[in-house]
Design a protein around this ligand. Structure first.
Ligand SMILES: [Mn+2]
Length: 465
């Protein structure tokens, strides 16, 4: 946790961006996995964590933006609970740790909200993403559960983005911790992998590193020999010589901040010649984007820059053709790079995605495209000092997508479809780092993780398989 002043200052800043009424943050509760007593790992709501700091279930926070007063709602545990859960800090001490002057029992929340409603005061809350939160809000605000999502406060959403988009020094320290663990997770997979092991064995080791550091995975790990399937959470395959392993995973620090790194490496000690050629293009794209990071640059333009590097590289290999700019304008690179270049990261791996992607990644100036590929870009707006974002270009050979485009003759002037036959079983490559935008440009966060072909092969060769 940060000092209590951090949370007090954040709430004060929030109050200055919201005109009237109360702001309600419902903390998360345990979520049942297969029966109530066997819940998923507890994860606190990120907005609650940001403004009220406490990482435990059953709490709520209310900020009165007019008086500036903060109230924490929660109950001290009884001896019955202590028998099962051990002694817990008092609610008063928890309220003090986050600088909340007022403390009320949880049951008082309904009355406080009803009173405010009766007085005609607006009650702002962020959009609920858990059904239980949705039910609670409907109950507290006496509205229909099916419409409660629509009444989430746009004013609050914008106010939260204005604060959480800019990472403070103490947040960067926390993100560096997450990335130190994440780097170790990638190194262990690169050292362990060998033909005959399973993806699941690697995932177990990777997860173990995250747990050993006191945190956990920031999101479900992607660790697969089928990197061309973008959100591949299956880990059933056995590693075979000649394959590539794509690993996209990161640690969540004990303070709740996420790391999100991708590396791709061969099951063998070396890349094949074909793998090297594609890998180098992805690396060139990633490095070109990183070197172009600075305040004022629209991230959409950097997505298109990555597209140009990819088209130029694939053209040199005889897989694409024609004018590079025209190909990118037509979205031809999306056949190989169908996702976005990156996203903001912080307390959430896709930071603040619960508030709505477009509120976070777009603004009045830059709006989301509807073109295949570009439409998946979560962050398009101009970069500003203090943003932390991922840079994650990739090249994938997705047989079903290639067949579909080829059958339609889509972008036929830019794609050498017949040349793609030799790549049908290639898989996919992605390389991803997390970067802070600084006044002068950028800083790649976290320790270096083998990334160039020479660095990756050096790690693979150093292992005694
Ligand atoms: Mn990512």
């Amino acid at each position: 946790m940060f000092p209590s002043t951090t949370y007090r200052d954040r709430r004060q800043a929030l109050a200055s961006h919201v005109k009237r009424g109360l702001v309600l943050f419902l903390g998360n509760e345990y979520s049942p996995m297969n029966y109530a007593g066997n819940p998923y790992r507890f994860r606190q709501d990120s907005n609650f964590l940001y403004f009220f700091g406490l990482d435990q279930a059953g709490l709520a926070g209310v900020l009165d933006v007019e008086s500036g007063e903060s109230t924490l709602f929660g109950d001290d545990v009884s001896v019955d609970h202590i028998v099962w859960m051990g002694p817990q800090p008092s609610m008063r001490s928890l309220a003090d740790r986050v600088g909340a002057a007022q403390l009320r029992g949880r049951a008082a929340l309904a009355d406080v909200l009803a009173e405010a409603q009766a007085a005609g005061r607006p009650i702002h809350f962020p959009p609920p993403y858990r059904h239980l939160t949705q039910l609670r809000l409907a109950e507290y605000l006496q509205c229909d559960v099916t419409t409660v999502l629509d009444t989430a406060s746009t004013e609050l959403i914008q106010a939260i983005v204005r604060l959480r988009a800019y990472k403070s020094e103490e947040e960067i320290v926390e993100m560096e911790k997450a990335l130190a663990t994440t780097a170790e997770m990638h190194r262990i997979a690169m050292r362990m992998a060998t033909p005959g092991l399973t993806e699941a064995q690697l995932v177990g080791a990777v997860h173990g590193v995250a747990r050993s550091a006191g945190g956990d995975l920031a999101y479900q790990a992607i660790l697969t020999v089928n990197g061309q399937t973008l959100h591949n959470h299956h880990h059933h395959n056995t590693l075979r010589s000649g394959q590539l392993i794509l690993g996209d995973y990161g640690a969540e620090s004990t303070g709740g901040y996420a790391g999100d790194i991708t590396r791709t490496f061969p099951v063998d000690r070396q890349f094949t010649a074909q793998q090297k050629e594609i890998y180098q293009i992805v690396l060139d794209a990633e490095m070109a984007v990183i070197e172009a990071l600075r305040p004022g640059v629209p991230y959409r333009d950097l997505h298109l820059l990555a597209g140009r590097v990819i088209v130029a590289g694939l053209s040199a290999l005889g897989l694409m053709k024609g004018d590079v700019d025209a190909a990118v304008a037509a979205g031809a690179q999306a056949l190989f790079f169908p996702h976005g270049l990156g996203h903001m990261i912080g307390l959430d791996v896709h930071d603040m995605e619960d508030l709505g992607e477009d509120w976070v990644g777009y603004d009045g100036e830059i709006q989301r495209s509807e073109q295949f590929g570009l439409r998946s870009l979560r962050l398009g707006r101009r970069l500003e000092t203090g943003f932390v974002l991922t840079v994650e270009p990739g090249i994938y050979f997705i047989p079903e997508l290639i067949d579909q485009w080829r059958a339609k003759g889509h972008c036929a002037e830019f794609v050498h479809y017949e040349a793609l036959e030799a790549y049908r079983n290639f898989g996919g490559i992605r390389i991803e780092d997390d970067c802070l935008i600084t006044d002068r440009g950028y800083r790649v966060l976290g320790p270096a993780i083998p990334k160039t072909i020479a660095e990756v092969e050096a790690v693979r060769n150093a292992v005694d398989h």
